[in-house]
Design a protein around this ligand. Structure first.
Ligand SMILES: Nc1ncnc2c1ncn2[C@@H]1O[C@H](COP(=O)(O)OP(=O)(O)OP(=O)(O)O)[C@@H](O)[C@H]1O
Ligand SMILES: [Mg+2]
Length: 338
């Protein structure tokens, strides 16, 4: 719902988004009528139990996957009006990605990784922006190193710089701190927040972690493919309370919310939804496992890989709060480690 009269331009938006995987008995409604704007110049976090549709929403909003019905727009462009090559172009020019598994190209230096999407697109380097980014992510003294010579946190900072390098309308990040310990994760989150504030760019981040979500300007909550709540100026405590409330209320939720619930639907508050065996859209898994340089063809299907191929949360400090634990150990992510 829009309780506020403030009209902000949406960097990305989905309207009545429905995504159905499979058919008949195996049909899964991953998104069940989600409408949400991601306002320009803001940092939005998407939270919800495993299987609630967070990655699906992100992939469809980013043009990595298509909706079954409804629409997804980046800026003013309705993605459904684009053919494959136009969509690829739009992703390269207007969208940045950060994934849990960093997905840097091992044979390239930090500097080359940062400019890779621009180089593949044949886009000129904006030296000033790159310089500024390199300072913002604190990697000036590592520019000629390879990813294997960097810590996990440093690698993810490279991925963040890469996502912003082309000056995208919106950067989508799927659990960007999922593989980091709390300190490195905190650095990446501060970096995302700082970049939004300094450059006016837009970030949409999926996370399981209330502490991570608290870095955002707003949190939207999904459950069973529906938008069930949203929270402005979140704190970790309030996010945690909200998640606990979802758990405690389950199917008997009253729907009352002090934060302006969008579609508070009692039937969709369950957090017990597991997601067995799904894989995301075509990815660039080779980017972090393969030995060679990936060609542009790989970039076409999914520019920077998919979180669904990423290792599970391995950071010792990144253990989810108890109430989320059953949903936080989705076997598929662990199995998908390549
Ligand atoms: N390619 C697919 N084929 C079939 N089902 C899928 C596919 N991708 C996702 N799903 C299903 O859609 C639902 C939503 O999945 P999604 O990956 O969006 O959840 P999520 O909220 O990101 O979960 P997690 O927190 O575990 O990453 C799940 O039930 C999942 O099993
Ligand atoms: Mg996911």
């Amino acid at each position: 719902m829009s309780a506020t009269t403030v009209t902000t331009r949406a960097a990305a938006r989905v309207v009545d988004a429905v995504k159905i995987y499979g058919k008949g008995d195996t049909e899964v409604r991953a998104l069940d009528g989600v409408s949400v704007d991601f306002p320009a110049g803001r940092f939005t976090a998407i939270m919800g139990p495993s299987g609630s549709g967070k990655s699906t929403l992100m992939h469809c909003a980013a043009g990595l996957d298509t909706l079954t019905s409804g629409s997804a727009c980046i800026g003013g462009t309705d993605l459904s009006t684009l053919d494959d090559s136009a969509l690829t172009l739009l992703r390269r020019e207007r969208v940045g990605f950060v994934f849990q598994a960093f997905n840097l190209v091992p044979t390239l230096t930090v500097a080359e990784n940062i400019t890779l999407p621009m180089d593949l697109a044949g886009a000129p380097h904006d030296r000033e922006r790159l310089d500024d980014l390199i300072d913002t992510v604190g990697l000036r003294d590592r520019l000629h190193h390879r990813p294997s010579e960097l810590s996990g946190g440093q690698q993810q900072r490279v991925a963040v710089a890469r996502a912003f390098a082309g000056g995208p309308d919106v950067v989508f990040a799927d659990e960007p701190t999922g593989n980091l310990d709390s300190r490195a994760g905190e650095e990446v989150l501060r970096l995302l927040g700082r970049t939004v504030r300094r450059t006016g760019r837009t970030v949409v981040m999926v996370t399981h972690d209330p502490v991570a979500a608290a870095h955002a300007d707003e949190v939207i909550f999904l459950a069973d493919g529906r938008l069930v709540d949203r929270m402005q100026s979140p704190t970790a405590e309030r996010v945690l309370d909200r998640m606990k409330a979802f758990d405690a209320r389950g199917a008997s939720d009253t729907g009352a919310s002090d934060m302006g619930s969008a579609h508070t639907d009692p039937a969709h508050m369950s957090t017990q939804h597991m997601s067995p065996g799904h894989m995301g859209p075509a990815d660039m898994a080779a980017a972090h496992t393969g030995s060679g340089h990936m060609g542009p063809a790989h970039m076409d299907s999914a520019p920077m890989g998919s979180a669904d191929t990423a290792p599970a949360h391995t950071g010792p400090d990144h253990v989810a709060p108890d109430h989320m634990a059953p949903d936080h150990t989705t076997p598929v992510d662990t199995e998908a480690v390549t």
